[in-house]
Design a protein around this ligand. Structure first.
Ligand code: UDP
Length: 139
């Protein structure tokens, strides 16, 4: 089951610009089923924990500030080969390098403010999903 699921966030930049609907439409059109979803806001402690792997990187402070500045949409998605297929759908971290037809190509503005998150492994998908959703919130 876990291997068919991934975790995503629609980041504050995309929520601010009114792109929740457009992004969810691209996600469901690509064949993902929404297992869990909520509008929420990360605290500084949440963002530091979520992105702990990047804590030594020069952009960490800016990333935490960005990710906490407004609401996000957190969601668990299901589809065969979910992690890899969702990474393909969102495109490269830097929108300048993102392929045509990807979410980041359409909605991201910079390498930092890049509209969406997608888990990079099945293991992280499970950790990130549990970070945001209780078992009874997963449908
Ligand atoms: N990020 C940034 N500057 C960089 C690289 C990454 O601000 O030079 C931010 C960006 O929001 C990115 C997040 O840190 O989505 C996590 O980086 P990662 O390399 O894991 O990229 P992703 O997996 O999101 O494509």
């Amino acid at each position: 089951m876990a291997t068919n699921r991934t975790f995503t966030m629609i980041k504050p930049d995309a929520v601010e610009k009114g792109h929740i609907g457009g992004i969810l439409n691209m996600i469901t059109e690509a064949g993902f089923r929404i297992v869990s979803m909520k509008l929420t806001q990360l605290t500084v402690a949440d963002a530091q924990k979520f992105y702990a792997v990047h804590s030594e990187r020069p952009f960490f402070g800016e990333l935490v500030e960005f990710m906490t500045r407004g609401p996000i949409v957190a969601a668990i998605l299901e589809k065969e080969n979910a992690v890899e297929d969702f990474r393909t759908l969102i495109g490269a971290t830097n929108p300048a390098e993102a392929a045509e037809g990807t979410i980041r190509k359409k909605y991201a503005t910079s390498i930092g403010e890049n509209a969406v998150h997608g888990s990079d492994s099945d293991e992280n998908a499970a950790i990130e999903s549990a970070f945001h959703f209780a078992g009874r919130e997963q449908f």
